[in-house]
Design a protein around this ligand. Structure first.
Ligand code: ZN
Length: 226
């Protein structure tokens, strides 16, 4: 199948998303990451640079095995996210993988007990996630953070295998890796997940439950005494 973007277009798209993510607070302080696959070529933004100031010639190209095939010549470093991005490409055949340092995701990760996933149900934005419905109990794995980003690789690979229905892995106190079949899909998945985490955190802070007055399922209404 012909890729929906050329490599040149994907380079520009990564720069556009860098600006957008910076504005959203997902990539401030050089954090976060963006990667797009075009056919068998994988493009990644460099590490430690201002994501809002990326230029198309700053972007790395890698092959399907994760080896750099084309590097920018400005002394940049390949993103430390590379092994994490490659996990989603290898294990899920992703078309794009995004890494956000969204504060709402970070706060939501603090509400999840060790070893458990983030559990979401009965929020309309769940329908924006791949294969998820309003009434589903959707689980997104949460792994503990490490001192270095690349040390997350084994945990991320294990979480991707253990939660085959999730297309994201949350890193506690850090952010999220989220992917989709192409870059537009990955972006919408990241947006929905961010909204769901924001809702979770605000509901918790306000002592609200989305189940209290939801009588759309009889057994649920009985269980919560509605
Ligand atoms: Zn990070």
């Amino acid at each position: 199948m012909r890729p929906d973007l050329t490599i040149a277009e994907a380079r520009t798209k990564i720069c556009d998303l860098g600006r957008l993510f910076w504005q959203l607070g997902w990539a401030s302080g050089t954090g976060g990451g963006i990667s797009i696959r075009v056919g068998s070529t994988i493009l990644m933004a460099p590490s430690g640079v201002e994501k809002e100031n990326l230029r198309p010639h700053d972007i790395y190209e890698l092959d399907g095995a994760g080896h750099v095939t084309r590097a920018p010549d400005g002394g940049q470093r390949l993103t430390a996210c590379a092994p994490l991005f490659m996990a989603a490409y290898r294990q899920r055949q992703a078309g794009a993988v995004l890494h956000s340092h969204s504060l709402d995701v970070v706060l939501a990760s603090m509400l999840v007990p060790p070893g458990q996933p983030l559990q979401l149900t009965r929020l309309e934005m769940l329908k924006g996630l791949e294969g998820v419905g309003y009434f589903d109990l959707h689980q997104i794995p949460v792994i503990d953070n490490t001192a270095l980003e690349l040390e997350l690789k084994d945990r991320m690979e294990a979480a991707i295998d253990a939660w085959p229905r999730a297309n994201a892995v949350i890193v506690r106190n850090h952010g999220v890796y989220v992917w989709g079949r192409d870059v537009a899909h990955a972006k919408t998945q990241a947006e929905c997940l961010d909204w769901l985490c924001r809702a979770t955190v605000r509901m918790h802070a306000a002592g609200l439950s989305n189940l209290t007055h939801d009588q759309s399922v009889p057994d649920l209404a009985a269980r919560v005494g509605a």
